[in-house]
Ligand binder design. Structure first.
Ligand code: SF4
Length: 336
């Protein structure tokens, strides 16, 4: 698969990794700040460069229906192909490679994932991992070879050919669906919604585990109509069983508006629940709730969550409701 091609007089190259398809002159990087024309092609400047490294509960990704209660070694780097002015991770996402940074080879990282007791694999997260293509693929193939799992937390803004390659190695995705409106995407992220929607369908059709997160920003994407349209689309195009996490915004990066009111998150969660089986709220105080997994058929609470702590209160090892037998989670994604 080709990740770039010649453009114009041959000194510039066009990057084919994401829909921006940046034409990059020698010595320059694309919009993501990490893919550079070195004179002979476009190279990843952050191969093996790690900005964040932690063993996290998988609930923190957030993934609630993929090995709930387990931990996953999580890594991130620098850069992003979106320019959200509400970015919650701008210290790493809106910068390129830093002069002082930790580097870890793909073999070493996979080995570390294997040696942590109870760890299920590797999560590519924190900044946008789809632009880290060469490193993610090398790590992910090593992780698969050792019988573990790969997880990607992404904005979903990637071209079809590289996504197809990711689907060969990534077992579970959480895709940020930042709003259900093309104008919102153009104005506040510098990207286009239609590619993200197409990729969500491709991931679901590819048989990979999929969850979605939408960050609610007051006055930008917090209308009930927008959430209703988003939830209806998810239900119809991906399936009502795809979990949706509705997350509370806090002022960061270029935005100083106050945090999203709790009532807004709860109201939008109720709206989405009319169409979807599993709607969760995120970034709320622990006593507000909204993070338990309940059976959509009989209402039994199956997994209780307090912060990132989980307690199984009724999910069988086959991933079913212990009361009515409804399938909740794939039996392959319950216990290792
Ligand atoms: S991955 Fe980076 S360089 Fe390539 S098209 Fe996207 S933003 Fe541009």
């Amino acid at each position: 698969m080709y990740l770039y091609e010649h453009s114009g007089d041959g000194k510039a190259f066009k990057c084919l990794l994401c829909p921006h398809e940046c034409v990059i002159n020698p010595g320059k990087t694309g919009i993501c700040r990490v893919r550079e024309n070195d004179g002979s092609g476009i190279k990843l400047t952050t191969y093996g460069v790690i900005s964040g490294y932690a063993s996290d509960p998988i609930e923190k990704k957030p993934l609630y229906h993929f090995f709930p209660g387990h931990r996953i070694l999580s890594v991130g780097s620098y850069g992003c192909n979106m320019r959200c002015d509400f970015c919650q991770n701008d210290q790493i996402s809106q910068h390129g490679r830093q002069s002082e940074c930790m580097t870890i080879s793909s073999e070493e990282l996979a080995l570390r994932a294997q040696l942590i007791s109870g760890n299920i694999g590797l999560a590519y997260t924190y900044n946008e991992p789809s632009i880290w293509f060469e490193y993610v693929i090398d790590c992910a193939s090593a992780v698969k070879e050792q019988g573990q799992f790969n997880v990607m937390i992404t904005n979903g803004y990637v071209n079809k050919a590289p996504l197809k390659e990711y689907l060969n190695f990534i077992d579970a995705f959480n895709v940020d669906l930042k709003g259900f409106n093309e104008d919102f995407y153009r104005k506040y992220t510098g990207a286009s919604l239609k590619y993200v929607l197409d990729n969500l369908v491709m991931i679901a059709n590819g048989g990979r585990h999929l969850e979605i997160t939408t960050l609610i920003i007051p006055g930008l994407n917090d209308s009930a109509d927008l959430m209703s349209a988003e939830a209806r689309w998810i239900s119809k195009s991906l399936g009502p069983e795809v979990p949706l996490h509705i997350s509370r915004y806090f002022p960061r990066y270029k935005r100083s508006d106050p945090a999203t009111p709790l009532e807004t998150i709860i109201k939008l969660s109720d709206v989405a629940s009319e169409y979807l089986d599993y709607v969760y709220t995120g970034n709320l105080p622990a006593d507000i709730g909204g993070s338990n997994t309940s059976c959509p058929s009989c209402g039994k609470v199956l997994i209780k969550r307090t912060g990132y702590e989980t307690k199984n209160t009724g999910l069988t090892y086959e991933g079913r409701c212990s009361v009515c037998g409804t399938k909740i989670i794939s039996s392959d994604h319950v216990k290792i």
